[in-house]
Write a new protein. Structure first.
Length: 172
């Protein structure tokens, strides 16, 4: 892969990562590791992405926590090297699991707390929040089912995607 194409991918993935709840620096490091065949050391990462060692180190630690990057040892080397998760499905599954735990679950919990403390004085607001809670609880059940097993979720996604007809941009 040529350097310009890889750089474009790194920047695009960095922008998309923000939508996934991963900060831009983390997403850029992840993209670099995804698009690089050999394991990279901290020095190569910081040089390639023009970021500080401290920022890169913190991002790598968090990416390892998410389970999308692994630290590896190379024979004869004393420093650490990093590689991205090989299996794209496992990577996306881990990101989805982490996002549910960090974002969705606390939002549903906060909604349930506000509903528990809501009085009868504003039925319109309470009705709206109850409807929202009902939808989020349904989504939570789907997410729990989907995230219960990596293998089962892979099969579920294949099944669901087969139910949606494919149409190209030209409407073919």
């Amino acid at each position: 892969m040529d350097i310009d194409t890889r750089s474009e991918f790194v920047e695009s993935w960095g922008s998309m990562g923000v939508l996934w709840g991963i900060n831009r620096s983390m997403a850029r490091i992840h993209a670099l590791l995804l698009a690089t065949r050999e394991p990279l050391g901290l020095e190569e990462i910081t040089e390639e992405l023009d970021m500080s060692r401290g920022n890169a180190s913190m991002c790598l630690k968090e990416l390892r926590h998410w389970g999308v990057v692994r630290r590896v040892n190379l024979t004869g080397e004393r420093r650490d090297f990093y590689i991205a998760e090989d299996d794209a499905w496992s990577m996306l599954f881990r990101i989805a699991s982490e996002r549910k735990k960090r974002e969705f679950d606390p939002a549903l919990s906060a909604l349930q707390k506000v509903l528990a403390s809501a009085g009868e004085e504003d039925d319109l607001v309470k009705d709206r929040l109850e409807e929202l809670e009902e939808m989020l609880r349904a989504m939570d059940r789907l997410l729990q089912r989907f995230l219960a097993s990596e293998g089962a979720s892979r099969g579920m996604l294949k099944f669901l995607s087969a139910q949606i007809p494919y149409r190209s941009k030209k409407g073919e």
